[in-house]
Design a protein around this ligand. Structure first.
Ligand SMILES: Cc1ncc(C[n+]2csc(CCOP(=O)(O)OP(=O)(O)O)c2C)c(N)n1
Ligand SMILES: [Mg+2]
Length: 360
């Protein structure tokens, strides 16, 4: 018997363009981006880092509800999103609010999502569904959305984001397999931040890379340095082009790290991560690396960055104020949103009771 899994990971060597010192190590893969586009990428990463810091503080003050920190994952989240078009459809996970914001979701709505308000789940005019909490559920949905796009002859892709934990779910295999079978224009984006809450990726799977899981579905798979915004952008751009050309879906695995806790609901990462591991990953920071690259090209300054930070703080302040000003949601509103018609007797009774209470 020939052994087929031996050394398979060698085919999925990590794709990188910028090393940890911000030096270009893969000139031929360098994406065609203008100076303005490069600066815009950095602006989005700086803005998102501030948004993360402010969201954590607001959560601690009790002004936000559910929040999953993003610092460390900016290159994976924003580099990939930068390769997409407005008409592409996003199916994010709970940590992927930044991509939704850059896809057009107003900031105050992102805050309302965090507060559990239904308005924060209404994606009017944004080609996306609200962030999925059920691990892996968005992956099969993505196959469906992508197939729909193909049947309608649209030149667009459906992109889903999940984590290493999501790649350990059954839905992950079903979704990729289905999309592969129909050559649907989908991108399955896995941010491998090494942990599913406290469970290390090594304990989730015997596969040495997540990218190689594409093999069984007969689709392309690539492992990318998730702290290198240019590599993530280039890999996503390539996947998008192939999908639109009818060449089928791609699985993109980014190697990344989440500096903060899993969510703000009491997770203590010191129980499952070492200080050495944290500092090893901080050396790879996506903002530090890209800042060096831009500075060497004369495209970045401290002054410019401070301006972005101040502007972000102002916008965040205004957005949280707007979210706070949203009328409190009513139970009956939630029921009306679920049922246009056909509430059963039991629900109708509850509806009437709440309607009565709310009118007082
Ligand atoms: C089907 C399902 N099982 C379990 C959970 C509980 N849960 C919430 S987040 C999480 C870990 C997910 O890890 P990963 O996919 O790596 O994403 P990350 O949080 O690291 O970004 C789990 C198990 C859930 N939400 N849904
Ligand atoms: Mg994870």
């Amino acid at each position: 018997m020939k052994r087929t899994t031996e050394n398979i990971e060698e085919q999925y060597e990590m794709f990188q363009i910028l090393n940890e010192n911000g030096e270009v190590v893969n000139e031929e893969a360098m994406p065609q981006l203008s100076d303005e586009e490069l600066q815009e990428l950095m602006r989005r990463m700086v803005y998102t880092r501030i948004l993360d810091q402010r969201s954590i503080a607001l959560n601690r003050q009790g002004r936000l509800g559910f929040y999953a920190p993003t610092a460390g994952q900016e290159a994976s989240q924003l580099g990939s999103h930068f390769a997409l078009e407005k008409e592409d459809f996003l199916l994010p996970g709970y940590r992927d609010v930044p991509q939704l914001i850059w896809h057009g979701l107003p900031l105050y709505k992102a805050f309302l999502f965090s507060k559990g308000h239904y308005v924060g789940n209404q994606m009017d005019g944004v080609n996306a569904v609200s962030p999925q909490i059920i691990i892996g559920a968005q992956i099969t949905q993505t196959a469906g959305v992508a197939l729909g796009m193909k049947k309608r002859g649209k030149q667009n892709v459906a992109v889903t984001y999940t984590g290493d934990g999501g790649a350990s779910q059954g839905d992950f295999y079903e979704g990729m397999n289905f999309a592969g079978a129909y050559s649907a224009p989908a991108i399955f984006f896995v941010q491998n931040n090494r942990f599913a809450i406290s469970v290390p990726v090594e304990k989730q799977s015997a596969a040495k890379t997540i990218a190689q899981k594409a093999v069984a579905a007969g689709i392309e798979g690539v492992q990318v340095d998730g702290m290198d915004v240019l590599a993530v952008y280039a890999a996503t751009k390539d996947a998008r082009e192939r999908a639109i050309n009818g060449e089928g879906p791609t699985l993109i695995e980014t190697l990344t790290y989440r500096y903060g806790p899993h969510t703000m609901a009491g997770d203590d990462p010191t129980r499952y991560r070492t200080e050495e591991m944290d500092s090893e990953w901080e050396q790879k920071d996506p903002l530090v690396r890209f800042r060096k690259f831009l500075e060497n090209k004369g495209l970045w300054s401290e002054e410019k960055e401070n301006e972005i930070i101040e502007n972000a703080k102002e916008e965040i302040k205004a957005a949280i104020k707007e979210a706070d000003g949203q009328p409190k949601q009513q139970v009956t509103e939630l029921m009306e949103l679920m049922y246009e018609e056909g509430m059963d007797q039991n629900l109708q009774q509850q509806y009437d009771e709440y309607k009565e209470k709310e009118s007082k």
